[in-house]
Design a protein around this ligand. Structure first.
Ligand code: PMP
Ligand code: GLN
Length: 417
């Protein structure tokens, strides 16, 4: 429970500072896993999934679908295994996948990364994030993220010994304040680590926000590392890859993952694309983290990336329907609901139910009503944790009947508090 103890404790989390701490401690502190009293936790996702399993609760915490992705992708992986594609993949990824990533960028965004030197396959988006941060930042550098931020960002920024600077996303629409955003930049800003569509808030940033980020990154000489793993999961708003904006391409690395688009989170196939010199730098680090991974899965995801447009519109439509079902259930349960424009996460404010502390509620929710969720303050530094103290994140990438059952259970919460 240390992850939650630290975020929920009255002792403020102090953010990442290299100091003289061992690297693993800097990673733990960066992701809120080390409490002030020294208790070491696991990630909030693992913690809440373990709690869901031990209590038999419906797991709307960790974001993974409860249905497999397309049958033809699975069949392609099985065929590849049967055909003997079982040894190391090339360090930069199997050619078919790099070509498919390039064709995908062309089809959806009019981009044309060279599969030979502007695309790199990684072990999930997680490795892409880690390899890129480790490739470019060192102690003294600052990495800017929005807050709340995905947990691995804080961990790897800490591991690299850099300083994690955050700019808040403010409810109800979870957009940054563009008038003050520049205050978060400095001459030491090495990387702007952007996540769009944004986990955990579900925000999808419009062109006005993205152009301001590009403008400021250019002014301060920063690389933009854009985590776009939810690129196809938007509801009625377009996803704009930041690299398509004027002045962005030369400084932007874009990351995505098969886990989200194709519902194969366990395969851990991710990729990045960007200018050849930046990709070469990341590859230099990546090849010593994992070298390569998942040969038969890489080929299968190449098949997935080639699926027709209807597949992509279909997953967004299905998820929008699921979002609406869960949103309705959460409203009926008495929460105040922030409708997300993207991702498969929905945030609620627990205060209308008289609950001030979502960290405490997340701990008790599986026992109270048999549903698990993720408290948003764990994705924040101290000020942000205070600002998001009553916010709770639910995942809606689950079967409709599971979401309906969860909604029914949550409806009983007000009588059990
Ligand atoms: N970035 C974000 C914003 C995420 O939500 C996730 C979780 N899936 C990841 C990266 C990690 O992706 P992967 O499972 O491909 O490593
Ligand atoms: N990205 C998933 C989420 O936000 C979890 C991934 C993980 O467990 N590390 O729920």
């Amino acid at each position: 429970m240390a992850a939650m103890a630290s975020a929920g404790s009255s002792t403020p989390f102090t953010g990442t500072s290299a100091g003289t701490q061992a690297p693993w401690k800097r990673a733990a502190v960066g992701a809120n896993l080390l409490s002030p009293s020294g208790d070491l936790g696991v990630t909030i996702f693992e913690e809440m999934t373990t709690l869901a399993v031990s209590t038999g609760a419906i797991n709307l915490g960790q974001g993974f679908p409860d249905e497999d992705g397309p049958a033809e992708i699975k069949a392609a992986a099985q065929a590849a295994i049967a055909a003997g594609a079982n040894q190391y993949a090339p360090g930069k990824g199997v050619a078919a996948l790099r070509e498919a990533v390039s064709a995908h960028q062309q089809r959806f965004y009019g981009l044309a990364p060279d599969p030979e030197n502007e695309v790199l396959v990684t072990t999930g988006a997680t490795e892409a994030i880690a390899a890129a941060l480790l490739a470019f930042v060192q102690p003294g550098d600052e990495v800017l993220t929005f807050e709340p931020f995905y947990d691995s960002y804080g961990a790897v920024i800490g591991l690299a010994g850099a300083t994690h600077v955050t700019a808040p996303l403010l409810a109800p629409d979870f957009m940054p304040d563009l008038a003050t955003l520049e205050e978060s930049f400095s001459s030491r800003t090495k990387i702007v680590l952007l996540n769009n569509p944004h986990n955990p808030t579900g925000a999808v940033f419009p062109e006005s926000v993205l152009s301001r980020i590009v403008e400021l990154a250019a002014k301060y000489g920063a690389i933009i590392l854009s985590d776009e793993v939810y690129e196809h999961l938007t509801f009625g708003v377009p996803h704009i890859p930041v690299t398509t904006l004027p002045g962005a391409a030369e400084r932007t690395i874009t990351i995505s993952s098969a886990g989200k688009t194709f519902s194969f989170t366990g395969w851990k196939i991710g990729w990045l694309s960007g200018p050849a010199d930046l990709v070469a730098s990341v590859r230099t680090v990546k090849q010593f983290l994992t070298y390569s991974s998942g040969t038969p899965f890489q080929g299968a995801i190449a098949v997935g990336l080639g699926l027709p447009d209807q597949f992509y519109t279909g997953i967004a439509e299905t998820l929008r329907h699921k979002r609406d079902i869960l949103a309705e259930g959460l409203r009926a349960a008495g929460f105040s609901v922030y409708n997300p424009s993207g991702t498969y996460f929905i945030n609620v404010d627990t205060s209308p139910l008289g609950i001030r502390d979502s960290v405490d509620l997340a701990r008790r929710l599986p026992g109270l009503v048999g549903v698990a969720a993720i408290p948003v303050p764990v994705f924040c530094h101290a000020d942000g944790a205070e600002r998001t103290r009553s916010l709770l994140r639910f995942a809606f990438c689950k079967k409709v009947d599971v979401l309906e059952e969860a909604a029914g259970r949550l409806a009983t919460l007000k009588d059990r508090l």
